[in-house]
Design a protein. Structure first.
Length: 345
């Protein structure tokens, strides 16, 4: 949209220059309109842009891509956790890499209960080491998390997208801030819609980004109540397909905290639309998956993608990931570029 507006501005400018009798008022309006177009471009307003490191570290994205290719070739199961890491970073204090910080007293974001099952920090460290070798002190850990999320999706057969970069790293990480910001697997549709809206994300972003459940696994503890004690009376969630529920019960016994279950059975290492097919058949693993059928917009999107072999989800996912990557970013001279992702400089 903004590129289209900019092109129109240039055409108007040329016409105006060819007519020297154009009033000063028109010129004034022209410059004001140009300013507004650029000022309200979300990427420009926040200091992010595609190719931010083109001059300062031209090999940055290639280095990240190479490391992730190596990792995914031997450990594709890390794709889900690395993608999830970007979500969990952005939803608390914005996309500032605060999730990566260690705390000697175990009070950082990564120590909070919602983040205790995250894996892959050592991969981020590995990428950071490689990038630092190429360009010391240039590329932020926050940008590395965003680039890694894109590259694992591509490695697992998803489509690529242009990642906006230019984030700087935050210096604060407080575990208590995860509560009320991270949205849990038991959330209802109102909590989901409102939680995303508070971050500037749309209902479409909600359903599209939920499609990230196409890869990865979950501990039984995240959905055990659906199987054994949904309303506190020893019952099961009636929204859950009975056949699928019985299969889950075979894997997850009451109180099971450790067993891992595929979020997208049969293709949890592949980015595809089967997640939407499962949700449409009441086989979404989490209560938050089932809740997506209770809103017209999210339900319509699910049904539009269910059963497709290559629908709009692939492209939509990249768009929504860019939207999420803009949440409360630290740019310009704020924050810092960490030398090591797990500690401030």
């Amino acid at each position: 949209m903004f590129k289209s507006c900019q092109c129109r501005i240039l055409i108007i400018f040329k016409i105006m220059m060819n007519n020297m009798s154009t009033s000063k008022l028109f010129l004034c309006l022209f410059y004001q309109f140009t300013f507004l177009v650029f000022a309200f471009n979300p990427a420009n307003a926040q200091g992010l842009k595609v190719g931010f490191y083109a001059k300062s570290c031209p090999k940055a994205e290639a280095v990240v891509k190479d490391v992730i290719h190596q990792v995914m070739s031997v450990a594709p199961s890390l794709g889900g956790p690395l993608l999830r890491m970007h979500f969990h970073d952005c939803f608390v204090r914005g996309c500032d890499g605060s999730l990566l910080l260690d705390s000697p007293t175990k009070q950082a974001e990564k120590d909070a209960i919602p983040n205790q099952t995250l894996r892959g920090y050592q991969i981020i460290d590995r990428v950071k080491t490689a990038v630092e070798k190429a360009c010391p002190g240039v590329v932020s850990c926050a940008d590395i998390v965003a680039l890694v999320a894109r590259d694992v999706v591509v490695e697992l057969r998803g489509l690529s997208w242009d990642v906006e970069t230019g984030r700087r790293d935050g210096r604060i990480s407080n575990g208590t801030e995860t509560f009320g910001n991270l949205i849990g697997p038991t959330a209802n549709i109102s909590t989901l819609v409102n939680g995303f809206a508070r971050k500037g994300l749309s209902v479409k972003d909600l359903v599209v980004l939920s499609g990230g459940h196409t890869i990865g696994t979950s501990h039984c503890s995240s959905f055990n109540e659906r199987l054994y004690n949904f309303t506190g009376k020893g019952d099961a969630d009636p929204r859950l397909d009975s056949e699928y529920m019985e299969k889950l019960k075979l894997k997850c016994k009451p109180g099971d905290q450790k067993t891992l279950v595929e979020m997208d059975p049969g293709s949890f290492k592949t980015v595809d639309e089967s997640y939407f097919t499962l949700v449409s058949k009441r086989r979404g693993l989490f209560q938050s998956d089932a809740a997506l059928l209770e809103n017209k917009e999210t339900r319509d999107y699910i049904l539009s993608q269910a059963g497709k072999s290559f629908g709009s989800f692939f492209k939509d996912f990249g768009v929504s990931m860019v939207n999420m990557g803009r949440i409360d970013v630290v740019t310009g001279k704020s924050g810092e570029i960490r030398k090591v992702c797990s500690r401030v400089n």
